[in-house]
Design a protein around this ligand. Sequence first.
Ligand code: SAM
Length: 324
Amino acid sequence: MLSDRFGRSIEYLRISVTDRCDLRCTYCLPKGFKGFEEPQDWLTFDEITRLVAAFARLGTSRIRLTGGEPLLRRNLPELAGRIAALPGIRDLSLSTNATRLDRYAPALKAAGVSRINVSLDSLDREQMKSITGHDSLPKIMAGLMAGKAAGFAPIKINMVAMRGVNDAAIDDMVAFCIEQDFVLRLIETMPMGATGRDTGFLDLGPIQERLQQKFNLQAQALELGGGPARYLTTADGSASIGFITPMSQHFCATCNRVRLAVDGTLYLCLGQEEKFEFRPLLRDGASDAELEAAIRLAIELKPQKHEFREQPTKVVRFMSQTGG
Ligand code: SAM
């Protein structure tokens, strides 16, 4: 098993397959942003698969494909199939904004992706226009329903909760997710880049208490993917709502993940700058043993915790550059 200096087992790798996105969510990527990685610097499918195989030999068993918007990367189902077939990989999931999911859902399912997370911050078309910079809601809804029809389970809805933006939309989203059998997760905004910092922070503590009363929810320690969310469930146990609170109640002590960016940079923490470059190794003929040794070295760099509260201006890269 891979384990870091603080005794945490690192068994989860998130892979950003592109830093590009077709949406411009206000808290994530600035309008007019041009600093994307060039195609020659993107890890190829062969390079990604080789690196994931090395992680898997060291005990990493869970992979999430993300971005940017991962469905913008051409032939993503092919990459998914190659990763799913690697010995040791027992869970392959995808984070998407779902704008293209109607086209790709069956192929992704067939390739071995079992779970999807869909970002959706409101059910109001105009509000989604202003949050995402596009008239995205109809496409997202079509994608979500295609995902459901393709048999992904569970489908989790990630809603970034923003004070003064979509806080009034939370209750409708809870009702929608209960009705549709989606697992809603409310997420506190992190100060990643200027976009994240400029977004109204909403402490989810009081929201959790209010929703608990209104929807008669009960605290339950549910293992829903091994992530950082704390879940509440409806009285009959049929629906769950997760709260991801990196700001008001961080969960660094149980962090089990690292993130590979599209250019082969491994980021050890969302909220710190520690990183390790794998592209030079992959392109300079490193052996499998050398790759494994490099992974162990990189994991040694994982910091104890983020400092989003203490140093909110520290991280200048946007979430889409690291891979959310
Ligand atoms: N495009 C995919 C999607 O929409 O899910 C995957 C990438 S996106 C960067 C991953 C997640 O990061 C989304 O749920 C998004 O809402 C979240 N995110 C982006 N910037 C954030 C921030 N500053 N704070 C909290 N969450 C953020």
